[in-house]
Design a binder for this molecule. Sequence first.
Ligand SMILES: [Zn+2]
Length: 66
Amino acid sequence: MRREQYKDFDATELFCPRCRRAVPVRKRLLLVLANGDKYDYTCSFCGTSVGDKLVTERDNIKVFIK
Ligand SMILES: [Zn+2]
């Protein structure tokens, strides 16, 4: 059940340090790595990067919030 933890991550809002509030985010593919794809999340208002996510081949998802 733990792997469902971040299932809805794409739909959530993240805190933007520049706007100083939770904002809707845009997701974009940042890097294609040997062990998975790295996605970057940016604030939809000011474009500041607010977090990133690594999706591995084994469908393990790691989320890093700045
Ligand atoms: Zn912002």
